[in-house]
Each structure stands twice: as structure tokens, then as C-alpha cells.
Write a protein that binds this ligand. Sequence first.
Ligand code: AQP
Length: 332
Amino acid sequence: RPRVLSGIQPTAGSFHLGNYLGAVRQWVALQESHDAFYMVVDLHAITVPQDPAELRSNTRIAAAQLLAAGLDPERCTLFVQSHVPEHAQLGWVMNCLTGFGEASRMTQFKDKAAKQGADRTSVGLFTYPILQIADILLYQAHQVPVGEDQRQHIELTRDLAERFNSRYGDTFTMPAPYILKETAKIYDLQDPSAKMSKSAASPKGLINLLDEPKVSAKKVKSAVTDTDTVIRYDAENKPGVSNLLTIYSTLTGTSIPELEQKYEGKMYGALKTDLAEVMVDFVTPFRDRTQEYLDDPETLDAILAKGAEKARAVAAETLATTYDRLGFLPAK
Ligand code: AQP
């Protein structure tokens, strides 16, 4: 079976709809056909300041949400990144192979650093794409299911795999991004030109899966659309309506043409009211299942411990080969 690897940050507590539709949903599907490794990336989380108690709690909440979304520890390997020290170890190696110039071109870093200001930006945030390279290469992943915002990092990962392999001999599998066109980028409900993001300008545009369902329903109902009246998918000219159609279609499995037909001659209000209901039907059981996992932290921690053990077996082997190729003297 081909291998997939992906990760999600435990920073905000709740996942948002963009995380779910852009990434986690694909993770659930891929565990059926792939040898799948999924992790909660706490090492990435500390690239910005975190409260220790909150980070610990949010890490469990993230794992609980992944299970609630449908990850099955019998079908995939679910773990916490810091439980596998090889990530930081290979991360250092990759830091030494990456050019300062090429790291400086990462647009995610530039965007985040611009929001924070130079004085508040850590070197860790600058090098986080390089840690991501290590995350992927450690597992010899063939595919990396992520949202569109991560594409540039996967390209850098490919460059580094190629560089290492040509310099030191074939060591790493060449990974490819796995990005579904339809859900590659879910947009902010208030500003459909921006991606839905936890650091959005206004919380009104962000659907947090663990919010009270009625809060999410209200956000859907007040989504920004346009002054036209036709319910039609046209990402360029009607980004707000198109985003709602994408969300509706993905959550219900109804195709966009079918939805366009269903809402022919109807007002935007009808679409929003129905989608609000769809949203409530989706988040209500999701929240309940997440809470069930959180109510039993021992079982949750045991799942993560078993996952870390499985992940370490693979990661340690890759790291040992890498160290050997680099010419490190083996520890006796
Ligand atoms: N709006 C989105 N549409 C599609 N996919 C998205 N992802 C994030 N936002 C969208 C995908 O979710 C996965 C996990 O992302 P992360 O843990 O890196 O979270 P993040 O990028 O920190 O989430 P935000 O909200 O985008 O954070 P900020 O505001 O800090 O930039 C990834 O696969 C990502 O592509």
C-alpha cells in the first residue's frame, strides 16, 4: 500500500471547517487505501507562543477530533509529533541542506510574519516548513493530503528529497501533494477572497467545529454573498455563493449541478437556511463524539502511545539510514 503522511496543529482547540474539508476528510478516506500516518503537530504549534496547560489540553482535543472525524487507530497510525524525537533530529539535517534564500520564499511564513511583526516572529516559524520536510521524508510518504496553502511546502520537500538523494545516494521517497481541487481552499464566510483561517480578521467568517451548533448556523446565515440573485457556481465572479455551494456539496454528497438545479429561481436566503441546517446536522454528532473521547483520556492517551510506537519504528529506521549516509560516526 502506498503511504500517506499529514499533520494538523493543536493550536486553536477546535478545528475549523477549512481544516476538515481541506484535509481531515481526505485523511479519513485515505486510511482505507493507504498506509496512513497522521499526527498532531505540537512541535509546529510552538513556533508561536503557547500556554503550556492549553497546549497539552488542545493536543488531546485535536486527537479526539481526529477520532471523531472517523480516523480509526486500527486502520491508521495516529500520534503526537513530539512523541517521536526523530522529527526534530531529521529537521536539523534538513535545516542544514536548505538554502536561506529558498526558505525565505515561503509565502506562508511571509504572511504569518507580516501579521505578527518582525520582533515577535521566531526563527522556528521561519524554519517550520523545513521541519515539515522532515515530517514527510521520515515516513517515506508517497502522498501528503493537505489544503492548497501547503502546496509550496510540498514542492520544497521534493526539492530537498532530490538534493539529498543525489548528494548522498537514494534515501528518500519522492512525495507528491494530494490536494482535492473542490475543497483545496475553503474561504472565509465574511471575506470570500481570503482562506478560512483561525487567524481571520473576524470570527464571524470562521466555522469552528466545536462551537455551539447554533453559532455556526448563524454564521452560515450571515455569510457574505453578492448583489446578483442567481445561485450558480462561479468562483471568480461569485466567490461567496460558490464557497457555500462547495461546502454544501461536500457535506451532503450532492453535486454542485444538482444544487444549482435545486435552487433555480430561489433566493440566497433559502440556500443559507438549508446549509445552516446541514451544518448543524454535521457538527452536532461531531461535537458529541469528540466529547466522548475527551471524557476518557486514558483510552485516548493509550491510542496515542500505540501510534507513537508504530511511528517511531518507521522514523528511527529512516533517521539511522540518513545519519549513516551523512557520515555520522555510529554510537556504539
Ligand atoms: N481554508 C482552508 N481550506 C482548505 N484547507 C485548509 N487548511 C487550513 N485552512 C484551510 C488545511 O488544514 C490542514 C491543517 O492546517 P494547520 O494545522 O496548518 O492549520 P493552519 O494552517 O494553522 O490553519 P489556519 O487556520 O490556516 O492557521 P493560520 O491562520 O495560522 O494560517 C492543512 O492541510 C491545511 O492546508
